[in-house]
Each structure stands twice: as structure tokens, then as C-alpha cells.
Design a protein around this ligand. Structure first.
Ligand code: KG4
Ligand code: ZN
Length: 333
């Protein structure tokens, strides 16, 4: 029997989840809207808002899961990677909570947890599988051999896929974070209206910084001829950019699947909420006979449910850390 409380505070969302015998029974996410005023996450503000949100989020999670503090057997927390000031709030809270209740502490790598989110609901992937993890800070193709035996076989050399979405949105004067808004507009646009060249990057790696610049030049050129170009073509621009990013991601995923002879394919991270990627992956799966795993929306973007399920696997192995643990802005995979 195990009840695990999990804390996620790596960026701008304060999230608290409870895992009761391997089932997620609460996943509270307190979003920080203040950053919209600045066009990006302001680290100093993020850590302050985590301080305000963390205790109410824990209280709400206990209520949702119908458990009390005394029922908790262990506390799992995101140790990194992420914003140091944000991580410090979650790590300090987790340590205090564990100390007060005299229960073990479990350290979780945020990037492992995005992948392990696939073990929350059925159907669950079988090992080995390939996971494309696409978020605001990372773009990785990971060969997952076991719960904590994972190897990065491809990654971005510069910007992440989420940044490509968010920076394009900024060019289009859409508020932060722009990824979901591009997705929304794309659903009303023509994905083939405009063409953007696919970066030619070796192996299973990615590059999005040149791609982003090509969109900037394209928009500037069009605006010279028609100052209202963006307003008149917003849906088509969003659909075309989204289509291009999805093709870049899917082409590398196809290459990885072929290279490793694996047809169990998963996606994870914030960008896996993108409808174009979800549909494109399903289509590719139908063509190539892949079995694909796409997380429920609430487990795509940052959430403590994924920290709780990763924590549960570590709890079974009694993989605990001491009170001297500290957060890591950069954490080895
Ligand atoms: O995993 P996540 O919540 O946080 C990080 O660990 O980075 O990912 C956030 C990223 C942002 O770049 C956001 O714009 C993007 O995921 N995102 C999306 C969508 N939903 C979230 N990008 C495209 N389409 C979406 N529907
Ligand atoms: Zn994340």
C-alpha cells in the first residue's frame, strides 16, 4: 500500500498530485497567468507565485484524493531541470513535508517524468519504445528501455519545438504562451498555404533556430507588399507553420523507428498537446503499422501526475534521497 504526494514546480505551473497504489487520484495545476504581461516566463515572478500557490495546491490535492496528510507514505518532487528559483520552492516544500511526517523523499527528473506519464493510464507502452519529448525547453528522441533506463538518441542543437511555436506566435503578436493559440488558429487554416524549408540536420537531431528566422524573413517580406498580411492570413500562417514543425518532428521519428526497428512510439511534453502532431502521428501510425501512445491532455503539459507516477516506480524500488538534496537547474538525463 502506498500513497505518494508529488510536487512539480520547475517552470511556471505549481502542480501537486497524489498517487494511490499506482493510480493518480489528484492532479491539481495552478497556472501562473502573470507572465502573459511580459511575453515569457519571468523567473523571479515565477518563484514568488509558486510560494503563494503551493500550500493551497497541496490542500486541494488532499481533498480531491480524499486522503489526509497522515495517509501519505512518501513525497516525490521535481529536482530538475528547470528554473532554479522555481525548483527551490518545490524542493524546500517537499523536504519540510517529509521531515515533519518522517517519511521518505523521492527525487524525480522532470524529463524522465514527461515520458513516464505514459504509465498513468491504459494502454501503456511496452519496453523498448521510442518517445519524442517536445516541450518549451526540450526536443528529444529517447530510446526507453525500462522505467529509468533511457537513452537520448536525438535532440535539438538550438531551440526547442515549443520555442519554435512560441517565438512564431510572438512574431504574429499572439500572447504568451503562443503554442496553443497557433494550434487554435491552425484548425481554421490551410496547412499548405505557405511553404517553409525543412532544416537539413544530420542523424536524429533537430534545429529550429534557422527555421524561426526563415519565418521572420517571410513575414517581413510579405508585410512590405501588404501591411495587413498577418491579419488577413493569420489562420493560414498558423496552419502552415504548424504543419512544417509537425513534418520535421514526424520525419525524424520515422527515421528513429526504422533505425532501431521499433514500432511502439510515444510522444510527451507540452507540444504533444498539439492537435496537428496528435493527428499526424496517428496518420503515420496507420501508414506504417506503429502502435502509438499519446498522453491525455492534462498529462502533456507540466503536471505533478507525471512526477507522482515516476515517484511510485522509485518507491517500489525504495530509491530515496536524503534531506541534503538540492535542486538542479541542469540535471543529467
Ligand atoms: O512541457 P511544458 O508544459 O513545459 C516545459 O517543460 O517546457 O511545455 C510547454 C510548451 C510551450 O512551448 C507551449 O507553447 C507548448 O508546450 N504547447 C503547445 C501546445 N500546448 C502547449 N504547442 C503547440 N500546440 C499546443 N496545443
Ligand atoms: Zn515540461
Amino acid at each position: 500500500m502506498s500513497v505518494i504526494l508529488a510536487i512539480e514546480s520547475s517552470c511556471d505551473d505549481t502542480s501537486v498530485a497524489i498517487c494511490n497504489n499506482g493510480k493518480i487520484t489528484a492532479n491539481v495545476i495552478a497556472n501562473q497567468t502573470i507572465h502573459q504581461n511580459y511575453g515569457g516566463v519571468i523567473p523571479e515572478l515565477a518563484s514568488r507565485v509558486h510560494q503563494q500557490n503551493i500550500v493551497p495546491a497541496v490542500q486541494q490535492a488532499l481533498i480531491n484524493a480524499k486522503v489526509t496528510k497522515q495517509d501519505i507514505n512518501a513525497v516525490a518532487f521535481t529536482r530538475g531541470p528547470g528554473l532554479l528559483g522555481s525548483l527551490l520552492v518545490g524542493v524546500s516544500f517537499a523536504k519540510s513535508f517529509a521531515l515533519a511526517l518522517n517519511i521518505p523523499l523521492i527525487s524525480v527528473n522532470h524529463m524522465h517524468a514527461h515520458i513516464l506519464a505514459h504509465f498513468i493510464d491504459d494502454p501503456k507502452p511496452g519496453f523498448p519504445f521510442i518517445c519524442l519529448t517536445v516541450s518549451g525547453g526540450h526536443t528529444q528522441i529517447v530510446l526507453v528501455k525500462d522505467y529509468f533506463d533511457m537513452e537520448i538518441v536525438g535532440e535539438t542543437l538550438d531551440d526547442a519545438a515549443g520555442e519554435a511555436f512560441d517565438k512564431t506566435a510572438k512574431l504574429l503578436a499572439l500572447p504568451y504562451p503562443g503554442g496553443p493559440l497557433i494550434d487554435k488558429h491552425a484548425q481554421h487554416g490551410n496547412p499548405l498555404a505557405f511553404k517553409f524549408a525543412e532544416p537539413q540536420i544530420a542523424d536524429l537531431n533537430f534545429s529550429f533556430s534557422g527555421f524561426k528566422t526563415s519565418i521572420l524573413y517571410f513575414i517581413r517580406k510579405q508585410e512590405k507588399e501588404n501591411p495587413d498580411f498577418i491579419a488577413e492570413n493569420l489562420d493560414d500562417i498558423c496552419a502552415s507553420v504548424q504543419h512544417s514543425i509537425v513534418q520535421i518532428l514526424l520525419n525524424k521519428l520515422k527515421k528513429a523507428a526504422k533505425q532501431y526497428g521499433i514500432n511502439e512510439i510515444a510522444i510527451a511534453g507540452g507540444v504533444s498537446a498539439n492537435s496537428g502532431l496528435r493527428n499526424g502521428l496517428q496518420q503515420t501510425a496507420d501508414e506504417l503499422g506503429w502502435k502509438v501512445y499519446i498522453p491525455a491532455f492534462q498529462y502533456c503539459t507540466d503536471n505533478a501526475g507525471m512526477i507522482a507516477i515516476a515517484g511510485y516506480q522509485k518507491y517500489l524500488k525504495k530509491d530515496f534521497v536524503g534531506q541534503d538534496v538540492s535542486p538542479l537547474a541542469r540535471m543529467e538525463f
